[in-house]
Design a protein around this ligand. Structure first.
Ligand code: ADP
Ligand code: MG
Length: 682
């Protein structure tokens, strides 16, 4: 008996898997029997009953037994294509065999076949070019029931994949062992693993497929949660005795603030402070919508670490944002006698060595920067507290790299892209979560308007009036400039082109500047400084202004080609405004030919300004991989479970896994041996 992932025999051991098939499977990432058996169907076709050609227009697929009546060819040269005429008891139909000339030999006139596929009435006949056909030997029964449909690659047919997987199940399937305590299998009414595996590929009925899916999804989620529970336990076992911080520095900062904290800010700060007094390191996610005031919470928490004599590193994904944090900290914290430093990849050669020396010697209390904070040559004397702002922009490995610079540091990760609960429980399942739900008082909700391309001039006029009242505006475009190597994007307006047009034709009376990622850092800084000071009225930009940028006087956000942006990017961009008592406006200008997904995105944004609701919506439209971005989706490698679809199962599996780790962390009890072995083989 073996665990499924231990079936490492090469697929070439299966009958029918010759070198060309093996190489095609390789393209799908399938090299072993285990890979093949976990290549789960993406769908099933219901062939439980026959539907003849005459029913082609009813919706659904035709599934019928027929006889080959003739072969015809049409087209010339390389385009020459075979057409096989077939007939069942009701009518005639044509099979258009693109790239399948070999069917002439395998399906001679007079052969009995079973045909499955979607048919249409075209060129005076019922025809299909996307069909499955199978020759019936005399006396053989056609496939009925639910037939799996697999993700494929070029040159690999459904039939071949089905046969291979069928063979693998026959040869190895019954040897596959349960990876979950039999008591849990009974209690949660799961199938034995071997049976689930057979049913997921070749279910006799929908109920079997569902039971199999539930079993395999539960198992996958359970194992994921088990590893999370063990990770939490490992962290808690790192003993870190510490005296509670009195919070004197934080208190002094609070007194200097021009505002008082909102109830939510006070609440999350208390959660963080309590966590930082626990005798083991903190790992906490602080989520709060754009503009909810996370920065000040992080600074207040950082001061508690400084008070205990530790160093703090605050990491932001862009230099722009890091610089903004550094400026805020300089204003608020430096007067308290705290030593600050700013470290990015662009700190010049002369300044860098003394800065690194000071960090190493402990002369710097708080360092703010980009990923340069964990460069190999950076050494901390005693890094005790790490803040990662806009954490979704960083990969797991980058977080770990910074963590390793520390001395069992507390970690605070911040995000304005709220994470739907389903993902929070999986990807961030080992983090404690604090949420800021309400924005600081006195803010007016942003008014969002949709405008079709062609009506820009109305928007431009409206914006002119707002700027005349003293406000400032962002104009955002999907491209920096028209690149020749992107002809498909030739019709898009670019930031560069529009900066020119806005400055000369549209708003000659206002100062306009252009900001994008390709500018030199000191240039970016000057442009940003001018916008913050109000010297520039209009900032034309790409999504560089997406994260973090805080300019309260900016009350207008115009996004052209809005259909080109993802939902979370749009929400983030809109979050740049509405940060003051003035009424703010967001204009989403979209072009005519726009995909269904884009319509959904813009509608969602128009309907809601609640980041949590939008994140759920985004998850539905794009799925977890896309939502998380490449930096994070790799960490969520689920083969069959879908945290959103299987949310109830996820909660169940989590509770079960956490109960096991709590009750029997070393997996000594009867029935828990499977977990011990599971861990050994990871
Ligand atoms: P985010 O959570 O998006 O990072 P920031 O921390 O940048 O938001 O805060 C947005 C703005 O709100 C900043 O200008 C900040 O000074 C201001 N702010 C934060 N907390 C409060 C508060 N309690 N009352 C009023 N303004 C606040
Ligand atoms: Mg922020």
């Amino acid at each position: 008996m073996v665990y499924l992932h231990e079936l490492r025999q090469p697929v070439s051991t299966l009958r029918g898997a010759g070198p060309s098939i093996v190489s095609r499977l390789g393209r799908l990432g399938i090299t072993t029997i285990a890979d093949l058996l976990t290549h789960y169907p993406r769908d099933y076709e219901d062939r439980s009953s026959f539907r003849s050609f005459s029913h082609f227009a009813d919706g659904g697929s035709v599934h019928t037994a027929a006889i080959v009546t003739a072969h015809e060819w049409f087209g010339f040269g390389r385009m020459k294509t075979l057409k096989i005429l077939v007939s069942d008891e009701s009518s005639e139909a044509a099979l258009i065999c693109f790239n399948r000339p070999f069917l002439e030999k395998t399906l001679p006139v007079g052969a009995k076949v079973v045909v499955h596929g979607k048919f249409q009435f075209r060129y005076g006949e019922i025809q299909s070019s996307a069909f499955d056909v199978e020759r019936l030997e005399e006396g053989a029964n056609p496939i009925t029931g639910l037939v799996p449909v697999y993700p494929l690659t070029e040159g690999l047919a459904q039939g071949v994949m089905r046969k291979l997987i069928h063979a693998a199940i026959e040869m190895y399937g019954c040897r596959v062992e349960n990876e979950i305590d039999p008591a849990v299998i009974a209690e949660r009414k799961l199938l034995p693993k071997a049976q689930a595996l057979a049913f997921i590929h070749f279910p006799g009925a929908i109920a079997e497929r569902e039971a199999a899916l539930r079993t395999l999804a539960y198992e996958e989620l359970f194992k994921f949660q088990l590893s999370i529970a063990l990770r939490i336990r490992a962290r808690r076992s790192q003993s870190l005795p510490r005296k509670p911080a009195a919070g004197i520095l934080a208190e002094r900062l609070l007194q200097r603030l021009p505002f008082s904290l909102t109830p939510d800010q006070t609440k999350v700060l208390a959660e963080i402070a309590a966590d930082m007094d626990e005798p083991h390191p903190m790992a906490r996610l602080l989520q709060g919508d754009v503009g909810s005031g996370k920065t000040i919470v992080a600074l207040l928490a950082a001061l508690r670490a400084v008070e205990r004599g530790g160093q703090v590193a605050i990491m932001a994904p862009t230099e722009l944002l890091a610089r903004q944090h550094a400026a805020t900290a300089a204003k608020l914290i430096e007067p308290l006698g705290i030593h600050l430093a700013f470290l990015t990849g662009n700190v010049d050669d002369a300044a860098r060595p003394p800065l690194l020396e000071a960090l190493k010697a402990g002369a710097i209390d708080i360092v703010i920067g980009t990923h340069a904070l964990f460069s190999p040559d950076v050494v901390y004397k005693s890094l005790k507290f790490i803040v990662i702002d806009e954490q979704h922009r960083f990969g797991v490995m980058q977080r770990i790299a910074l963590y390793k610079k520390g001395d069992i540091p507390d970690m605070l990760m911040m995000t304005a892209t709220p994470i739907p609960r389903s993902l929070a429980l999986t990807l961030f399942g080992d983090l404690a979560v604090s949420s800021i739900k309400n924005l600081p008082p006195g803010r007016k909700p942003v008014k969002t308007h949709l405008a079709k391309a062609g009506n820009e001039s109305k928007v431009y006029d409206f914006v002119r009036n707002i700027i005349r009242e003293g406000r400032q505006a962002f104009f955002v475009y999907p491209l920096i400039d028209q690149s020749i190597d992107q002809p498909d994007k030739a019709s898009l307006k670019s930031a560069e082109e529009m900066a020119g047009r806005l400055a000369t034709e549209i708003y000659p009376e206002f100062s306009v500047s252009l900001l994008h990622s390709k500018l030199k850092e000191d240039k970016k800084r000057r442009i940003m400084d001018d916008f913050v000071s109000g010297a520039t009225k209009i900032l034309v930009a790409t999504t560089v202004v997406e994260v973090g940028v805080d300019v309260p006087n900016a009350a207008v956000m115009v996004i052209e080609h809005a259909e080109r942006f993802g939902l979370s990017a749009l929400h983030q961009l809109r979050g740049r405004i509405g940060r003051s008592e003035y009424q703010s406006f967001c204009f989403l200008i979209y072009s005519g030919d726009i995909t269904e997904d884009a319509v959904q995105r813009l509608k969602a944004l128009y309907d809601s300004s609640d980041g949590f609701a939008l994140a759920e919506e985004d998850l539905k439209i794009r799925g977890p991989g896309e939502l998380l971005g490449t930096a994070q989706s790799g960490a969520l490698r689920l083969l069959i479970a879908d945290p959103l679809r299987d949310f109830e199962l996820l909660k169940l599996a989590r509770a079960d896994a956490f109960a096991v780790v709590k009750d029997d962390p070393d997996f000594i009890k009867a029935g828990h041996g499977v977990y011990r072995r599971g861990l050994d083989s990871i």
